[in-house]
Structures are given as structure tokens and as C-alpha cells.
Ligand binder design. Structure first.
Ligand code: ADP
Ligand code: MG
Length: 766
């Protein structure tokens, strides 16, 4: 190893020279000055010392104090300065891909380097790192994936796990694995970072590891709850719009069925009480009149609009950050705001969005200062709560909800609903307003509701299905799933684990002794949900890859069919056109995508999307994801390099249907035909319903006895999203049973030839 040692030493010296040169340069000096003003800087020496002396430490500090961008950088700098730069390898995980990318870009800019030099990032399906990268920002999922093939994290010196207060599933999972690894790798350092203070929990988990708090300065933020907001804006909640205005009656009813039944019920009562109080009678006819020009469907956003108009017209300059529940709401409100004359001169308002699937170019604009006299308004999901810091925010509007999945283990059904946030989240949202000067925070719910929020959010491990997670645990070769998970910070219910194991066994990823099958091994390597992974493998295997990869990409991004609130019927009809007599949302997706590609080559894509109610942005995302899946499957040697070979049977529509069935099994509902109507049933839930925009919801009858579905979600009743009709024989041949994982993989290359398939199977499929 002495040659290697010499190479690294030489490289370390180069790194030191480069670092010193940057620190001496005018730009470098300026950058350093900015960095030195962050609260983390004052703790630098103490932190470095603590990290040197302890294997695990826990650091907390206000968002924006410099944890993510500075702490890993301090270690890198001090190693470089001591001439050991090339010997250290720091990994810092982020819960979201977008923050991993944004932070890496920021840190490399702070070091005056292009991204991919000493600083790199890696997120699912994308990355930028080189042989000189010594500080890597990645998603927690990526680090888990690396641990699969590299149990000891060979060569890694420091691991930072960031945003642990969010209690994401991957983070909790990582902590179990890392805790075990620390006993084998005595030299490895683990640093946990968290925004809010529940550090004791983590400290106890790691045997009383030391905690360090970075005292931050934030300017005071004045808090307004709903009662004050109404007073300030002069907006009146009338009894009819009161419920709609911020919560939608329906959602509250469903809240009652959720996990913490009691708490939510109390909130419902509290809100109703608060809304009926007389203090809300104060009301201005001017606002009321202008409100009437909005469509009734848009009323749910009115309160947010009213507050934004108030800020734009009456308040001092400063950016506004609006917390909403999801991408749909955000794009809907954005369109509404664009058309709202009360916001004032449109040239003086800059409307931006911030959510998990936004484009990188859009992302940079969020951080930039707007031109003078222009007000920046950022519509964001709870992503902007802690992982991304927008410095110039002075006003925060908090709708009080976030979309989170909850998991009902009894019914084995995930529920995706906007639900009330925790007090910790509400405080965090408020804090975003006080970064540069004192700020204002408008909570769109009464104070009594805030007081009824739970203190912290339930960890994700306890509120999501564990299918992918269990598959990953198996491929880590750490023994039985149940035992492994019982070592978690807060272990999931045994029933939830059992459901996941049953599912994996049904799709052929595990055998009856809970061992990984060959199929399971392949599935654990693919960075997609096991169900979708299976579909990809089947598509490759049956030489029908092209349409299948479109479906999988579509299901992993989001639905490209848009559903504007005020034109739902037209949009649904437009979607049905793609399905014609196929009775399949998935085939509609394939056809929409293919039509878009043709339109793209004829340069009519814009018009095409507009006419068919499609999102060009989503189609573009699907397009690029398709290419990435191609690459991944080729890499795993499941796909031939020559595209034609993989797509010989792409136009065989019954086969496409059969592969959809194979992928989505055991998600099957039976179609119960009556004289004039039909209903749907599944084994687990009894009666289920179709989402209104499913093509199959548009027919009186369906000529198939079964529907396979990708996802069921509980919202009052159980709803199926994206369905495809299949026949008895398809279900028998492709649903579970025959398609044993081991068989598929070992037969992979040519054993069942295309000829056999054509002659023997296909005639039975339609
Ligand atoms: P923490 O992790 O403690 O929340 P960060 O390290 O993310 O804090 O951010 C520290 C500071 O760097 C913040 O004041 C933030 O505004 C600034 N910052 C982070 N990213 C960028 C960026 N892309 N452009 C400009 N400033 C940024
Ligand atoms: Mg951070």
C-alpha cells in the first residue's frame, strides 16, 4: 500500500494548495466572510474537537444556522489543511434528492470549485461525482443502497445523517444499520444533525452520545392565527364557505378514521367552535365582491389568496413563503393567482414554486433575490420547512396541513391525505420568516387548533407500507426482518411487517422461508418499487420493453393527465379518448406518451398537450426517466444493448396487458356486473371504487372480469387509481402462480422463445 499512500499524499498536498489559493483570492475571501457570519462558525472548533473525540455526536440548531453546508465542509477543510485531504471520505445524507443537489452545488460554489470536484452528489438515477470527490451529498436511500454491496463502507471516514428530526423511513433504517456498523468500524465517525430539539431520543439510542446545540439568531416573528388573520384582512368566513375554506369538510370526516382518532376528532370540534365565534363577523364588502368572481371550486384557496393580496398591497417589501400540501394545489393556486388582479401589477410579482419534482433551473430562482420592487412569492410543500433555506423570506403563510401517507396496517392500505402538521412543524414554518429581519407568520387555523396538534410527527416507519424496505433488509443479509426492525428507534407493528413479507412472498420476491429468490435479488437492485421492478423485468424478458418502461416511468413520476378543477369533465373525456376500447389507464398513458413523441417531432407538442389535457413537463420527465431505466436494466444485464431486440413484441397489445397484470398482481379487483351498472370488489376490502378520472369509470360495462390496479388509497372509502381490465386466462397465466420468480430469471435469455410465446400463449390472452 505504500505506493497508494504516496499517491494520496501527493494529492493531499495539491488539495491544500488549491484550498489556500482559493482562500487568498478576492472571491474566496468574500465567500469566507459570508460563511463566518453563520452561527455554526462560532462553534467550529468545539465541533471539530467533539467529532475527533467521539464516535457519535448529535448536533441540533435552527434551520439556516449552517449545519448542512458548513459542518461537513469544516471537516473536509481541516483534513485538507492538515495534509490528509485525500484520505478522508465524507458522506452526508439528505432526505430529498433536491436538497442533496442544491446543497452540493452551494458547497462547491463556496469552495470555488465546479461541482463534481471535491464536492459531489448522488441521488436516485442521477449524480455528479469524480475521482477527486471527498465530500458526497446523497439521499439516504443511496447510502442504504451502497451498504448493500459494501457492508463496511470501505474507505468512508465520516457519515452525516441530516434532518433526522423528520424521522423519515430511510433515516430510521440507516440508523439501525449504522449503529451495528459502528461496532465493527471503530474508526468511523457518525454525526447526526437535526433542526429541532429532540436530541435526547437519538442520544439515548446511541448509548448517551454527546449532544451539541448551535445557538442561532433569528429575528422575532409575529404570529397570527386565523382569528387575527381574519381581522387583519377583513375577510369573512361565511357559514357555507367556512368549512370549505380551509379544510374541506370531506377531509375532516376522513381525519376521523385516521390513526389517532381521538386527537383529530378534537380538532374538528375545535375548528367548528372557533369558526362560529362572533369575532369573525368583521367583514369588508370590497373583498367580498371581488371574491365572487372566482369559481366556487376555487374557494378552498380563497383564504390564502386573501392573505397574499393583503401582503402585496399593504405590507412592507419582502419575500413570501406559502406552505401548501402538494404539487396539485400549488399549480392550481399558481394559475389562480396569475389571474388575480388584486395582487397588483403582475410585473411586480414573481411567482415561484418549490416542490420535490421541480426542475433544477426553477430551483435556483428560489434562492435569488428578485429585481428591486418585485415581490417574490414561493408556493412550497413542506420541503421548504427545513431542508431548503430561502434567505429573504419575511412573510410565511401556513395552511397547517401537509400531505403525508399514513398506513392502516389492519386493512393493509396506505392513505394519502393532507393532514394536520405537528406543533414542531408549525414552529419550524414560522421560523422561516425571521432569517434576515423580523417577520410575520400567518397560520390559517385558529390558535386552539394549533394547541391540539401533536407535539411531533409520527415517524414514517410507522405510517407507510414496508414492502420496499423489507426487500432491502433482506438483501442486506441481516437475518429475519422482524428481528432487524425491532432494533429501530420506534419499531413498526408486527402486523405491518407481516403484511410486507406476505406481499413480497406473493409476488415471488421471497420464498416461504423468507429468503430472497432470484427475482427478489434483481428487484432489490432496481431503484423502484418492487411491483414496478417486476414489471420492468417482465417487459424486458418478454421483449416488450418499450411500452412497459413508459408505464413504469409514468407511475414513478406522476400522472401526466392534468385535471383542472374547472374542466374536470373535458379533461376526463380527453383521457378516455386514449383508452378507446382498451379499458386501461396504463395503455392510455402509453398512447398519450407516444402521441406526444410524434407531436414533438412535428413540433406541435405544445398544442398536443393543450388539446389533450396533458402536462408537458411531466411527459418530459417521463421521457428522461425512461432513458434512465433503459440504462439501469442494461447495467443489470437484463436488457440487450440493441433496442430492437427488446421491443419485438411491443405492439402485441394483449401481451402488454398481461405484463401489466404480472406487475400489478396481487392488486386485483373483480368486476361485478349488474344490469345497468357495475361495482368492484377486492378480497381485502370488499367494495371499492374507481377514481373519477380513471378511464374505466367512464364505461357502463367493461368486457373484462378483472381489473388490476397499481394503487389503492383510502379516502373515506377505498379507491383504485389506474386500472387495467384483464381476462381470466391472463390472470391465471400472469398473476402470481405460474410466474415464479426463480423461473423467470433462470429462464431469462432465450428459453421461452418468442415463437413459443406467440404460438402457445398469446391466442389465449385477449
Ligand atoms: P442548515 O442546514 O443549518 O439549515 P444550511 O447549511 O442549509 O443551514 O444553510 C446555511 C446558510 O447558507 C443559510 O443561511 C442559507 O440561506 C445559505 N444557503 C444555503 N444554500 C444556499 C444557496 N444555494 N444559495 C445561497 N445561499 C444558500
Ligand atoms: Mg440543513
Amino acid at each position: 500500500g505504500s505506493l497508494m499512500e504516496k499517491v494520496l499524499q501527493r494529492r493531499s498536498l495539491q488539495m491544500r494548495n488549491m484550498q489556500r489559493a482559493w482562500e487568498e483570492s478576492p472571491e474566496g475571501k468574500k465567500m469566507l466572510q459570508g460563511r463566518m457570519s453563520l452561527p455554526a462558525f462560532r462553534e467550529k472548533e468545539r465541533l471539530l474537537q467533539a467529532i475527533a473525540q467521539n464516535q457519535v455526536i448529535i448536533i441540533s440548531g435552527e434551520t439556516g444556522c449552517g449545519k448542512t453546508t458548513q459542518l461537513p465542509q469544516y471537516i473536509l477543510e481541516s483534513e485538507i489543511e492538515s495534509g490528509r485531504g485525500a484520505f478522508c471520505n465524507i458522506i452526508c445524507t439528505q432526505p430529498r434528492r433536491i436538497s442533496a443537489m442544491a446543497v452540493a452545488e452551494r458547497v462547491s460554489a463556496e469552495r470555488g470549485e465546479p461541482l463534481g470536484e471535491s464536492i459531489g452528489y448522488k441521488v436516485r438515477l442521477e449524480g455528479m461525482k469524480g475521482k477527486n470527490t471527498h465530500l458526497l451529498f446523497c439521499t439516504s436511500g443511496i447510502l442504504l443502497r451502497r451498504l448493500l454491496s459494501d457492508h463496511n463502507l470501505h474507505g468512508v471516514t465520516h457519515v452525516f445523517v441530516d434532518e433526522i428530526h423528520e424521522r423519515g423511513m430511510n433515516e430510521d433504517f440507516l440508523l439501525i444499520v449504522l449503529k451495528e456498523l459502528l461496532s465493527r468500524r471503530r474508526d468511523l465517525r457518525l454525526i447526526l444533525m437535526s433542526a429541532t430539539l429532540n436530541a435526547e431520543l437519538f442520544s439515548n439510542y446511541f448509548g448517551g452520545a454527546p449532544m451539541i446545540h448551535i445557538p442561532g439568531f433569528t429575528h422575532p416573528v409575529r404570529e397570527h392565527f386565523l382569528e387575527d388573520v381574519l381581522e387583519i384582512t377583513g375577510y369573512k368566513l361565511t357559514p357555507t364557505n367556512a368549512i370549505d375554506d380551509y379544510g374541506q369538510d370531506k377531509l375532516w370526516k376522513t381525519q376521523k378514521q385516521l390513526v389517532s382518532r381521538k386527537r383529530k376528532n378534537n380538532i374538528t370540534v375545535l375548528v367548528e367552535d372557533a369558526l362560529s365565534q362572533s369575532s369573525f363577523e368583521n367583514y369588508s364588502s370590497k373583498v367580498r365582491d371581488s371574491l365572487s368572481c372566482w369559481t366556487p371550486e376555487s374557494i378552498g384557496f380563497n383564504l390564502i389568496e386573501v392573505v397574499l393580496c393583503h401582503i402585496c398591497r399593504k405590507e412592507r417589501p419582502g419575500a413570501v413563503l406559502v406552505f401548501m400540501t402538494g404539487w396539485d394545489d400549488i399549480s392550481c393556486l399558481k394559475n389562480q393567482l396569475k389571474a388575480n388582479p388584486l395582487l397588483g401589477d403582475p410585473n411586480r410579482v414573481q411567482l415561484l414554486t418549490c416542490h420535490g419534482s421541480m426542475a433544477t433551473s426553477e430551483q435556483n430562482k428560489i434562492f435569488e433575490h428578485p429585481p428591486p420592487n418585485v415581490r417574490k412569492i414561493v408556493l412550497a410543500t413542506n420541503m421548504a420547512e427545513a431542508s431548503i433555506t430561502i434567505n429573504d423570506v419575511v412573510f410565511v403563510v401556513d395552511c397547517g396541513k401537509a400531505k403525508e401517507t399514513t398506513y392502516d396496517a389492519l386493512n393493509n392500505t396506505p392513505c394519502l391525505l393532507p393532514s394536520w402538521i405537528s406543533q414542531a412543524s408549525a414552529r419550524q414554518r414560522k421560523g422561516r420568516a425571521g432569517r434576515v429581519q423580523s417577520g410575520e407568520c400567518y397560520h390559517l387555523y385558529p390558535r386552539c387548533v394549533y394547541e391540539a396538534f401533536s407535539e411531533y410527527q409520527l415517524p414514517e416507519l410507522l405510517r407507510t407500507p414496508l414492502n420496499s424496505l423489507c426487500l432491502q433488509i433482506k438483501s442486506l443479509q441481516v437475518g429475519r426482518i422482524g428481528e432487524f426492525l425491532s432494533a429501530a428507534l420506534q419499531p413498526p407493528e408486527p402486523l405491518a411487517v407481516q403484511n410486507a413479507v406476505d406481499f413480497l412472498t406473493k409476488i415471488g420476491a421471497l420464498d416461504e422461508n423468507e429468503n430472497l429468490t432470484h427475482l427478489g435479488e434483481y428487484l432489490s437492485m432496481l431503484p423502484v418499487d418492487p411491483k414496478l421492478g417486476k414489471m420492468l423485468i417482465m417487459g424486458a424478458f418478454f421483449r416488450c420493453f418499450d411500452p412497459i418502461v413508459t408505464i413504469v416511468a409514468g407511475l414513478s413520476v406522476r400522472d401526466p393527465f392534468v385535471l383542472p378543477q374547472d374542466r374536470k369533465d373535458q379533461a376526463t373525456t380527453a383521457k378516455s379518448m386514449f383508452s378507446a376500447k382498451f379499458y386501461s389507464d396504463h395503455i392510455a398513458l402509453i398512447r398519450a406518451y407516444e402521441g406526444w413523441k410524434t407531436a414533438l417531432s412535428e413540433q406541435t407538442a405544445y398544442e398536443y398537450c393543450w388539446r389533450h389535457y396533458l402536462s408537458a413537463q411531466t411527459l418530459q420527465a417521463i421521457h428522461s426517466l425512461r432513458n434512465q431505466f433503459h440504462y439501469i436494466l442494461q447495467d443489470a444485464q437484463l436488457l440487450e444493448a440493441e433496442a430492437g431486440l427488446n421491443n419485438r413484441l411491443s405492439h402485441n397489445q394483449p401481451l402488454v396487458r398481461a405484463i401489466i397484470c404480472a406487475g400489478l398482481f396481487p392488486g386485483v379487483a373483480s368486476v361485478v356486473h349488474r344490469e345497468t351498472s357495475m361495482s368492484f370488489k377486492t378480497m381485502d376490502d370488499g367494495q371499492v371504487f374507481l377514481y373519477g378520472n380513471s378511464v374505466n369509470a367512464q364505461y357502463q360495462t367493461i368486457p373484462y372480469p378483472w381489473l388490476v390496479f397499481g394503487e389503492k388509497v383510502k379516502v373515506n372509502s377505498v379507491f383504485l387509481r389506474d386500472t387495467t381490465g384483464v381476462s381470466d386466462s391472463t390472470l391465471i397465466l400472469f398473476g402470481g402462480g405460474l410466474v415464479n420468480g426463480a423461473l423467470v430469471i433462470s429462464a431469462m435469455p432465450y428459453i421461452i422463445s418468442c415463437v413459443l410465446l406467440h404460438v402457445l400463449i398469446c391466442p389465449f390472452l385477449s
